[in-house]
Write a protein that binds this ligand. Structure first.
Ligand code: SAH
Ligand code: SF4
Length: 418
């Protein structure tokens, strides 16, 4: 069989298979099939809106997902000395090397074995927006041609030429989100898949490499519901906080959740002092239930009870996030109820005027209304933050860059058609 013929055959097989999958499982979001043709070792990914092939080499596990213990086990299995684990981790996480080949203190046969078994990184830079010392947005391509994004936000945006002194990275935990909050870009196209530990921890490593700066704080406020991906999240956290990997203090990590009660309790029992932020967005079941379907499963009373449990286990104060959406949840009575709950929980409140999302109708209230809402909280003795200035839209808009990219590439349907 000549090369052209093989490619044609493969093409036909590919087409048949795709049609069959559409026929069998119309809602399937992605399927992988590896074709062991000597010519084309690649896998076919098939979404409802497009089909593409990726090299099988991209499917090897990434070194950035391996805990020190897992790496030690692999080395043992290969008959390699244990001290190599430290060297490899040092290259990956501290020296932030660009290839396995560049790990020059490893013998060539070990580098060859590592390359055969692993890829170095799980993420490939697709797009970077923004400049150093300003808010930067990174769009990453995953091995199955899906996208996630991370946003690096300087604490002091260096408006007058000075260097920013602290940087917070907002990372994603899933491709899409199953929780379908009515105001959110991430939930717009539904849920595709969980990110694995290498894809979560890899965002921090990649952001440090691309920006050339150290990440000081981490917030799990990007795309996805982190507590719906708890095992991978905890594996990533052990890499992010691990001495041999990124070594960021647990106190510098904040997990944001829409309120998954059993997982909040489970995380409360976790020994590390991780911070928690709750996307509340409504102080009563009536208001919250209108915009957050998750509230039907765990109402506010159950949620607050889980937060009491959290407080009994952790030292750090909770944060309640409250997006202000005009005529939806900005009634001042909501502020009064919120103030009572926040005071009891000793939680601080973050008020976020709604950021417009393409394809959605919601709007932020007037500045006057936002201030009045905050003042009710402040007068009740609650620490409440309200950021009104423009230019921060990018902060909470995580999910939108990926939505745009995947829509353009036909991986997901355009928002207007949903
Ligand atoms: N799923 C988790 C974490 C990701 S969302 C959660 O819901 O907490 C991170 C934060 O961004 C949440 O508080 C979410 O409600 C908020 N958010 C989503 N869309 C927004 C928008 N258009 N404007 C402002 N904040 C938004
Ligand atoms: Fe999912 Fe959070 Fe967006 Fe709700 S706000 S859809 S839980 S990412």
């Amino acid at each position: 069989m000549d090369t052209d013929e093989e490619i044609r055959n493969l093409g036909e097989y590919f087409f048949l298979l795709s049609s069959l999958l559409i026929h069998l499982r119309p809602s399937y979001s992605s399927v992988v099939v590896s074709l062991n043709s000597p010519l084309s070792r690649f896998a076919i990914y098939h979404s409802r809106f497009s089909t593409y092939a990726v090299p099988v080499t991209a499917l090897k596990p990434a070194l950035t997902g391996l805990t020190p213990d897992a790496l030690a086990d692999w080395l043992k299995g290969e008959g390699e000395p244990a001290f190599r684990a430290g060297q490899i981790l040092d290259w990956v996480w501290k020296k932030k090397v660009g290839s396995i080949e560049a790990m020059t203190n490893l013998p060539a046969p070990l580098r060859a074995k590592l390359s055969e078994a692993f890829r170095l990184h799980a993420l490939e830079e697709a797009k970077t927006q923004g400049a150093k010392d300003t808010t930067q947005k990174f769009l990453f391509r995953l091995h199955d041609h899906r996208y996630v994004e991370s946003v690096l936000i300087p604490a002091n945006p260096a408006l007058y030429g000075e260097k920013s002194d602290r940087r917070t990275l907002c990372v994603s935990s899933q491709v899409g989100c199953a929780y379908g909050c009515k105001f959110c870009a991430s939930g717009l196209a539904g849920f595709s898949r969980n990110l694995d530990a290498s894809e979560i921890a890899g965002q921090v490593l990649a952001a440090e490499q691309l920006s050339g700066e150290r990440v000081d704080n981490l917030v799990f406020m990007g795309m996805g519901e982190p507590l719906a991906n708890l095992d991978n999240l905890l594996a990533a956290i052990s890499l992010i906080t691990g001495e041999k990997a990124l070594h960021l203090g647990a106190r510098h990590l904040t997990i944001s959740t829409s309120g998954l009660v059993p997982q909040i309790k489970k995380l409360a029992d976790h020994p590390q002092q991780i911070r928690l932020a709750i996307s509340l967005h409504g102080a009563t079941d009536e208001v919250r239930g209108q915009i957050m379907p998750v509230n039907k499963k765990w109402g506010v009373a159950e949620l607050f009870e889980a937060l009491d449990y959290w407080n009994s286990k952790k030292k750090q104060h909770l944060t309640l996030e409250y997006i202000l959406i005009e005529n939806v949840n900005d009634d001042l009575e909501q502020a009064r109820i919120l103030a009572r709950h926040a005071a009891r929980l000793k939680a601080k409140v973050n008020l976020i005027p709604y950021n417009t999302v393409e394809g959605l109708e919601w709007k932020r209230p007037s500045e006057e209304r936002c201030r009045a809402f905050r003042d009710i909280l402040k007068n009740a003795g609650v620490t409440a933050m309200l950021r009104l200035e423009k230019g921060h839209d990018i902060d909470a808009a995580c999910g939108q860059l990926r939505l745009k990219q995947e829509t353009e590439e036909g991986i997901i349907e355009a928002p207007s058609k949903r």
